[in-house]
Write a protein that binds this ligand. Structure first.
Ligand code: AP5
Ligand code: ZN
Length: 225
């Protein structure tokens, strides 16, 4: 089972991924999470990626393809995996297809979360994340239990499971979002046309409350299996 979780910044990829992981029993591979971990660890890769990410640009194809290649080689990917935030350019798509073909595999399923651009600013600017786990919260749409009726702050926004403080991503600004959306439409959307003819693309209206979006994803992946 090789699946791509597709959609613009703020579509809900990271929010829905844990439920898909649980249902299919295969891991989520998020290039964004991997890159943020590299930045936090201060590795060579992290240093190269940091500035580009902060401004909402795309990290080079070679860098992310190598990250994915190394990650796919790990044992827990033997039964399949869910790609979140990858591929993002046609070049990455070609490299992914070639890499999978070598192993006699191919992309079996694309879940494409559809959300109009206008909705994404509020989602992105209100997002808080738990760095360690990648769990996403929202001040209005998905508040942590700790918030209650208080104002969102580092003291009131705490992870439900660990109680650790949440934080805001450096690229979650209106300005960086503008570049991220431009890149998405110019570089990433064409990937859907590439997989369309194989009949593996399932578009889902993700401009609805999270449980409704999940119900549609669950129906799609259950039907497929
Ligand atoms: P990445 O981490 O992949 O970011 P992204 O694609 O911009 O996507 P997001 O993580 O912002 O959105 P999401 O869909 O996961 O939203 P979430 O579920 O959190 O990449 C970051 C950067 O790394 C890139 O800009 C680039 O620089 C680099 N990079 C990564 N991969 C790369 C690649 N392959 N090639 C080159 N560069 C790469 O939800 C968002 C918010 O909305 C949350 O607050 C959530 O609570 C809320 N929410 C979710 N669903 C709903 C709903 N249904 N209703 C209301 N609110 C909702
Ligand atoms: Zn994400």
């Amino acid at each position: 089972k090789i699946m791509i979780l597709f959609g613009p910044p703020g579509a809900g990829k990271g929010s829905q991924a844990p439920k898909i992981v649980e249902t299919l029993g295969i891991p989520q591979l998020s290039t964004g999470d991997m890159l943020r971990a590299a930045v936090a660890a201060g590795t060579e890769l992290g240093k190269q990626a940091e500035g580009v990410m902060k401004s909402g640009g795309l990290v080079s194809d070679e860098l992310v393809v190598n990250l994915i290649k190394e990650r796919i080689a790990v044992d827990d990917c033997s039964k399949g995996f869910i790609l979140d935030g990858f591929p993002r350019t046609m070049e990455q798509t070609k490299m992914l297809d070639a890499m999978l073909a070598e192993a006699g595999e191919k992309v079996g399923f694309v879940v494409a979360l559809d959300v109009p651009d206008e909705v994404l600013t509020e989602r992105i600017c209100g997002r808080w994340v738990h760095k360690e786990s990648g769990r996403s919260y929202h001040i209005k749409f998905a508040p942590p239990k700790s918030l209650g009726e208080q104002e969102p702050s580092a003291e009131t926004m705490l992870d439900d499971e660990t109680g650790e403080p949440l934080m805001q991503r450096k690229d979650d600004t209106e300005e960086a979002l503008k570049s991220r959306l431009e890149n998405y439409h110019a570089m990433t959307v064409p990937i859907l046309d590439h997989y369309g003819p194989a009949g593996v693309v399932h578009k889902i209206d993700a401009n609805r409350p999270q449980p409704e979006v999940w119900a549609s994803i669950e129906a799609a992946i259950t039907y497929q299996n």
